[in-house]
Design a protein around this ligand. Structure first.
Ligand SMILES: C[S@@+](CC[C@H](N)C(=O)[O-])C[C@H]1O[C@@H](n2cnc3c(N)ncnc32)[C@H](O)[C@@H]1O
Ligand SMILES: [Zn+2]
Length: 286
């Protein structure tokens, strides 16, 4: 089955429905949003931007794309795709939103798995970084691309079956608003030992990563319905790949100058990936 285009969007200014008119989405109050030549729509109003170029930079996105394309995190992509595919079994039409999609590696892997079935799939990559959404569109032009914030998702209430949020910034109220009653939030976050070798080189004191806080999600009938630990060792990474890994994580910016210099010396090193996938669902849907 092919991936389907989005048919419903909300105006970020007044929340009314947008109608597509050629290369423009327009609301009843005549707010217009053009479809960029790469095929995505920018629905981030200037007044909602905290910086001129919000989210991950062009360099971070390029580093993440190159690193993930090497296949070093394929084990995670496969487990994520299997998890989402299982949640979709029995459905004929599925909407997936990747909230903070980055350059689209995981969303694309999930879609490839689901497209092996008969499901009609509408998949949307949303990110506050235009570089991320551009890269996501070039990875797979059939993915819908939205520049927007997780804080104000320009999609109607109860329009999605899955909200994916990998290494991201969850806004649970918004995720729940856009999910159908039987929908699920699927998150992937660093486990305790994630990137321990890299962090040991960068920081003088290394702590085990604390679990990502999902307490805000576990309210009003929502529960943790599944938790999967995905731990593996990457192939030996050459210095260029280690540099990409460093550029795509927040560690580069948190590190001291000495820490960055130590990290720059690293080469030919296998790295521990330790990730926790969690599924959050409505209790009456378990
Ligand atoms: C660590 S990256 C993860 C990207 C991707 N999910 C992955 O796993 O490869 C976090 C992403 O969230 C985006 N981001 C940051 N704040 C955001 C927000 N408020 N709304 C949507 N995306 C946001 C960044 O631009 C970046 O692409
Ligand atoms: Zn409007």
């Amino acid at each position: 089955m092919p991936l389907l285009p989005l048919t419903q969007l909300l105006c970020p200014i007044d929340k009314s429905e947008l109608q597509q008119d050629g290369n423009t989405w327009r609301c009843q109050n005549n707010h217009c949003f053009d479809i960029a030549k790469q095929g995505y729509v920018n629905l981030l109003p200037v007044q909602n931007k905290k910086s001129l170029d919000p989210g991950d930079s062009k360099e971070m996105i390029a580093a993440r794309r190159d690193y993930l394309n090497s296949g070093a995190y394929q084990t995670l992509a496969i487990t994520l795709a299997d998890t989402v595919n299982n949640l979709c079994s029995g459905l004929s039409d599925v909407g997936i939103l990747d909230a903070g999609c980055g350059e689209g590696y995981y969303l694309n892997a999930v879609c490839e798995k689901i497209l092996e079935t008969d499901i009609n799939l509408t998949a949307t990559g949303l990110d506050i970084s235009k570089w991320a959404v551009r890269s996501c569109k070039s990875r797979n032009p059939k993915l819908n691309g939205l520049v927007a914030s997780n804080r104000e998702i320009p999609l109607p209430d109860q329009s999605q079956d899955i909200v994916l949020c990998t290494f991201g910034f969850p806004v649970f109220d918004e995720f729940k608003r856009v999910l159908k009653p039987n929908g699920h939030i699927v998150m992937a976050d660093p486990g305790p030992e994630h990137l321990i070798e890299l962090r040991s080189a960068i920081y003088d004191t290394v702590r085990r990563n604390p679990p990502a806080d999902i307490s805000a999600a576990l309210t009003q009938g929502w529960q943790l319905s599944n938790s999967i630990n995905v731990s593996f060792t990457t192939p030996v990474l050459a210095s260029a790949q280690l540099e990409q890994l460093l550029t795509m994580t927040p560690h580069l910016y948190r590190a001291s100058r000495e820490g960055r210099e130590r990290a720059a010396q690293l080469r030919d090193l296998a790295i521990t990936a330790d990730v926790v996938i969690r599924v959050i669902s409505q209790s009456d849907n378990l």
